[in-house]
Design a protein around this ligand. Sequence first.
Ligand code: BGC
Length: 359
Amino acid sequence: MRRGILSLLAVGVLAAGGLAACTENVAGTGGRPRIGVILPDSKSSARWETADRKYLAAAFKAAGVDYEIQNAQNDKSAFTTLAEQMITQGVDVLMIVNLDSGTGKAVLDKARNAGVATIDYDRLTLGGSARYYVSFDNTAVGTLQGQGLVRCLADAKITKPVIAELNGSQTDNNSTLFKDGYDGVLAPKFASGEYVKGPDQWIEEWDNTRAGTTFEQMLTSQPNIGGVIAANDGLANAAINVLKKQGLNGRIPVTGQDATAQGLQNILNGDQCMTVYKDVRREAAAAAKLAINLARHETGVTDNKVYDPLGKRYVDSILLDPKAITRDNVRDVIDDGYVAAQDVCTAEFAAKCAAAGIK
Ligand code: BGC
């Protein structure tokens, strides 16, 4: 009954053009499960549009469910409106990547009150009410970043480096977990005096431009920075651009995350020390499977429980393993089909790709 009335409403919304953009398979057909997904933005990382959208759509298509994938473009009120529209249209499941826990929670609660099942995708909504959480082991991501930096500093024989940190957005729970991971590796080095603790800042909204300005200020106030933890490839690229202006690129190791084409190029150039490859195909497939189970009122299989300290509850979760990528194994990401060789091996990179065994 709910479905019938809401489907009519949905047709009205669609006719008005409300959700026409970026929408596939919206119209529910004859009681088929329907799933709505909201991605966060398309600037903080290439992954959301180049990987997550593609792999989620593929998984839903393969399962024959109706779905709709929208992107909030870093706009919290658009995020809320999109969620409300999906709920009104009668989705069975709502999957979100929150822009912050506050707006995420409001949307999850609205969905719950409307009888819509929910999944936190990639980012846990602190204090939220999602039924499931699917992500990578984000502390492990940070540990790989810390270990990668340590290895690059040793390879470059940099002694007593001052370490700068460009953390992700403080409103993203993942940023805290990444930081826990790399700080866990670096803290003993600071304590022993092997490394020196340098500037350490959150980059609001993972904004790459802001990261560039922040890093410029860091380097001005501490010109002897010897290593940079950048929480993802976008922040890394911002730092590398600043280092380039001083002719310091390639001499100061910079970490990253997401194995983006740009990150892989920066690695091949020797400007970036490492990235973290998270196979989003597996993340999307796992989340899609749980969503389909929820839509069919079946229980999903999870193998983990993640504690939400704000909500004081354990959330049934799936956490996948990340993998460190350096110049030695850039080709693994391409051989895996995650990034296309042609996106990395442009004319300028042809020789470097060949040297790295990338065809
Ligand atoms: C994701 C990262 C991404 C970042 C910025 C995080 O929550 O886990 O993969 O780089 O957001 O979009």
